[in-house]
Design a protein around this ligand. Sequence first.
Ligand SMILES: [Zn+2]
Length: 263
Amino acid sequence: MVAAAAERNLSAIAITDHDVLSGIDEARAAAPRSLEIVPGIEMTAAWEGPRAVHILGYFLDVTNPGLLAALKRAQELMAAHVDLVLEAIRRVGGRLERDNLDRYRHRYAGGAALVLGMLEGGVLRGAPPGTGMRLLRMAAAEPRAYSVREAVELIHGAGGVASLAHPSRLRRGQPLLDADALAAFVGAGVDAIEAWQWIPGGWGSRHYLEVAQALEVLVSGGSDDHGKRTADGHMRLGAQAVPNEVLEALRRRSAESRPLRAS
Ligand SMILES: [Zn+2]
């Protein structure tokens, strides 16, 4: 990712892996001087029952003990979830092992790796009638280690700036949410919304810039590249241009809040 970003002459990228910080040192080690690595995260937080909302954190102190402990707990919960689902598969005579999930996972296995493993490993085809759907639902019901408010507090505690990720994907079939619909997130402490989000065709950014202005919060943005290729075979990386002033405003917010939070 870092090499590709340098090739595209990007001036900065944020590394925001899901619920894990271990990629940041790797990215920093691989980056040329011309490419800034913004240390970040994307936290999978609980919102209104079983739903998940993604909260981005930028300019984190990646050695912050509170944040590291919370992420470790999240990974342990996820590992226990994976074990539970694998055991349920075994009980109905299916075969899927942790090792089989390695090809689907990035830094650790979760619900998505389980679902892909079940689909491609023939577990569902071989499962007794009526059990396949139950196993899929069970795999998808990932544990949530923190609420949105807790995720925001963890990010702030590590000196970071919190942003609501890809608001256009928050409600299925309702890409353009208004300020009222997002006000609760501001109430939970987010500093920004991801207005410059990656959407094919690029629509929606203007709408969310206006929403951010109405809510008096900052904006963030990026290509949300998860490593998959677009339909025409290109990487998403660099496909969503973000004005440099967006980066600088986030940097200022993180610098301003740091001494306050330390006291
Ligand atoms: Zn996300």
